[in-house]
Design a binder for this molecule. Structure first.
Ligand SMILES: CC(C)(COP(=O)(O)OP(=O)(O)OC[C@H]1O[C@@H](n2cnc3c(N)ncnc32)[C@H](O)[C@@H]1OP(=O)(O)O)[C@@H](O)C(=O)NCCC(=O)NCCS
Length: 162
């Protein structure tokens, strides 16, 4: 199964992130969008989950990632994905917790995100971290058209399990 760890991303990770996007989303972020976030957005942060197969330190692979913004007092979770074969091991939870820590270190006090109304796995993940439903944004998503649930964690420290 191997170990996994989390670290900040650099632009070299772009092809791997694109691959994960394409595999995990019906409307994946494009190369242009990712490039803009990785190198042109001063608020944006990227964390990568990397796997090292047992006994093979040479073949590290990127198995998940999280893009988030820290905008003054607010952490905005923008995009989160873990490849299917590495799910249910706590990787997404660890990515979100690390993002909240980065935000807190920059004096952020709350966190927000949008999630597709039908995405029960992600909704359960965020609820388990203390996020609560705030409101619905009707027909927010395309391909397929769907409502977004706006979720919030305010303050960050309250129920995030740390
Ligand atoms: C949602 C996603 C990121 C979860 O990744 P993951 O690494 O498997 O999640 P974790 O193992 O950290 O799960 C943490 C908690 O989330 C919840 N959860 C995760 N997957 C779940 C599922 N399929 N069903 C129900 N709850 C789930 C559980 O509460 C879980 O805690 P537990 O393992 O103690 O039960 C992953 O399924 C994914 O990449 N999906 C496709 C892309 C996506 O939907 N991204 C989110 C966009 S908002």
């Amino acid at each position: 199964m191997g170990e996994w760890s989390i670290e900040p991303a650099t632009v070299e990770a772009l092809p791997d992130i694109l691959q994960i996007e394409d595999a995990c989303f019906s409307s994946p972020w494009t190369r242009k969008m990712l490039e803009a976030e990785l190198s042109g957005n001063p608020f944006a942060h990227f964390l990568l989950a990397k796997q090292v197969p047992p006994g093979d330190a040479g073949s590290i692979s990127i198995v998940g990632y999280l893009c988030f913004w820290v905008v003054f007092e607010e952490v905005r979770l923008m995009n989160l994905a873990v490849i299917e074969s590495m799910r249910h091991r706590g990787i997404a939870r660890a990515l979100v917790l690390q993002a909240l820590e980065v935000g807190q270190a920059q004096a952020a006090m709350r966190a927000v995100l949008e999630v597709r109304a039908s995405n029960h796995a992600a909704h359960a993940l965020y609820r388990s971290l203390g996020f609560r439903d705030v409101s619905t944004r009707p027909t927010y998503y395309t391909n397929p058209i769907e409502d977004a649930l706006l979720m919030g964690l305010d303050p960050i420290v309250s129920e995030s399990g740390r």
